[in-house]
Design a protein around this ligand. Structure first.
Ligand SMILES: [Zn+2]
Length: 558
């Protein structure tokens, strides 16, 4: 794990930031100016020129913790010192005669870089006054979230970033430009193919989003209207993001056996990477539905082969056997959604169309594992929540597909947990070096509150499938490096002080399908940009997160 952005090397004892000597003050002024520029632009390389007084106290010292620094290297006992928003010391504080205004005794606890979640649905949460603190994530030890995934984002990236700056947010946050948002704006909900002018207009939107601070382009080719786009259209837009140092993140066209299937979709993603010369990321990788179980092996082989051919391909994963989506997205074929909801409703009632619709939905339901595999987790009609589709069908005295059509038409749809994955595939993906941890957190699914601690509790400490350094790396530094987020994801001098302290004995998810919003346990301290956001397991009220912007300085890899 290397980060080419850091010019900070090795151990450096903190010394005077600004002494009283006159000669020094000019230099100090320069340092301060450089510092403020570096702080304003989160993407600037570490200009760690600041010298701290040997006798000056640090703001915070985390003593004697078990350090897992994010690099994947094995654990060691070390002290971590923080001043301002930076990590300024990693080592033995007593030997180095370092003291701090506040000291946390982390004996027996794990000290790690704050986790980075590359796939969340926090855009609304961060923007709303009630949920901007992002506690669902802070309590998991997540200090940076990426959002705008699945192709669903905002057109005006800059406005949203500025709003987050102005109101304050609990975690750092990054936006992606959303293909669905852009295609929807230019072409509407139709299955039309863009003409030259429309393609150009879409490119302009991607360019503007990147210039305003987006870290890349996201797509959700599974979803309408993005599903109507041909691969070539996506490549053209991905090239625009690539030219600005961005990445390509995708919820692929298919994750199971429907359409081009899981393996066909991975091939399409790799083709986009090859032709647009852009790093590609498979979001929430899975083998969806019994027919595709075990294809994880071939999926992994395809991604490894792409990497060996110079395409920078990666993936992320949440450790649950159920995915989370809407009843409509999981069952309705995309052709029935052309033109939007009003057209869908007409088709549902059209006696010419309905039989074909029902036949395809029946097949989609079978492919997901049947009616008992769909649990309603969110709906305007709250009496449906907590029920499986087979139970609802029974109560309505209808077939499962007829019942689903009723819910889509009369209730306005529903959010579902779709139990379609196999534990063997989940474990196989998890062991791969290129697979990051992501929550894909959505309302009603326990993954929004539990992903990161669940992975630690269940797969590191309980079943020991993966090691602690591996799990931490794939939840922090790997994500930072791959998404090109500078100066975060490692416990390293000069890096931003996104630091977590957790108890390996108690760290765990508490959220369940019945109670999806129970906060996770075990995070003792969560520090965001040097400020304590979780203290002794409780949220402090801090809004220390920053809206991060990509800048040209952030480009580090081909
Ligand atoms: Zn998705």
């Amino acid at each position: 794990m290397t980060n080419k952005l850091s010019i900070q090397s090795g151990y450096r004892r903190p010394q005077a930031f600004c002494g009283s000597r006159l000669l020094f003050s000019l230099a100090c002024l320069l340092v301060l100016l450089t510092w403020s520029v570096a702080t304003l632009s989160d993407a600037s390389p570490v200009l760690f020129l600041a010298q701290f007084d040997r006798d000056q106290k640090l703001d915070l010292l985390i003593r004697h913790g078990t350090l897992v620094d994010g690099s994947g290297k094995k654990t060691r006992i070390a002290d971590v010192g923080i001043t301002g928003d930076r990590i300024v010391f990693v080592g033995n504080a007593i030997k180095a005669h370092i003291t701090a205004t506040r000291t946390i005794d982390a004996t027996g606890l794990v000290v790690a870089p704050g986790f980075i979640d590359p796939h969340t649905h926090t855009l609304g949460d961060l923007t709303s006054d009630q949920t901007k603190s992002n506690q669902a994530y802070l309590m998991q030890g997540v200090t940076t979230v990426i959002t705008g995934n699945d192709g669903g984002s905002v057109l005006n990236i800059g406005d949203t970033l500025r709003k987050w700056d102005a109101q304050g947010i609990g975690t750092n946050a990054i936006l992606l430009a959303g293909f669905g948002t852009i295609r929807g704006k230019v072409l509407g909900p139709t299955d039309a193919q863009p003409n030259a002018a429309q393609l150009e207009e879409m490119k302009q939107y991607v360019a503007r989003a990147m210039d305003e601070g987006a870290f890349g382009l996201s797509t959700g080719l599974y979803y309408a209207p993005q599903s109507y786009a041909k691969t070539e259209e996506v490549i053209e837009l991905a090239k625009v993001a690539a030219a600005r140092g961005g990445i390509y993140d995708t919820h692929m066209r298919s994750e199971g056996t429907a359409g081009i299937g899981l393996l066909g979709s991975i091939k399409e993603t790799i083709q986009i990477g090859r032709e647009a010369k852009i790093p590609v990321h498979v979001s929430h990788i899975k083998a969806l539905g019994p027919d595709s179980w075990n294809q994880s092996k071939q999926a992994i082989d395809l991604i490894k082969k792409a990497n060996s051919e110079g395409i920078n391909a990666s993936a992320c994963q949440y450790p649950y056997t159920a995915s989370g989506t809407s009843l409509q997205a999981s069952l309705i074929p995309r052709w029935a959604e052309v033109g939007g909801r009003a057209e869908l409703l007409k088709r549902i009632d059209d006696p010419q169309v309905r039989p074909k619709l029902i036949a395809e939905m029946t097949e989609n339901l079978r492919g997901r594992g049947g009616a008992e595999s769909l649990l309603i987790v969110d709906a305007l009609d709250r009496t449906l929540v907590g029920k499986r589709l087979n139970q609802i069908a029974q109560e309505m005295n209808k077939t499962a597909v007829e019942a689903a059509l009723d819910v889509i038409k009369n209730v306005g749809g529903a959010g579902v947990a779709s139990f379609n994955m196999n534990e063997k595939d989940i474990r196989r993906f998890m062991k791969e070096k290129f697979v990051m941890t992501c929550s894909d957190g959505s309302t009603g699914h326990p993954r929004k509150y539990g992903t990161f601690p669940k992975k630690l509790h269940e797969y590191v400490f309980e079943t020991k499938l993966i090691s602690l350094p591996f799990a931490v790396r794939n939840s922090s530094a790997l994500t930072a490096e791959w998404f090109r987020i500078p100066e975060r994801g490692l416990i390293r001098e000069g890096y931003f002080a996104d630091v977590i302290v957790f108890d390996p004995k108690t760290v765990s998810d508490r959220s369940t399908y019945e109670q999806p919003e129970l906060p996770a346990a075990g995070m003792k301290f969560v520090i965001v940009n040097g400020k304590i956001a979780v203290e002794d397991g409780k949220y402090t009220g801090a809004l220390a997160g920053r809206a991060l912007r990509k800048s040209s300085g952030a480009v580090a890899r081909p």
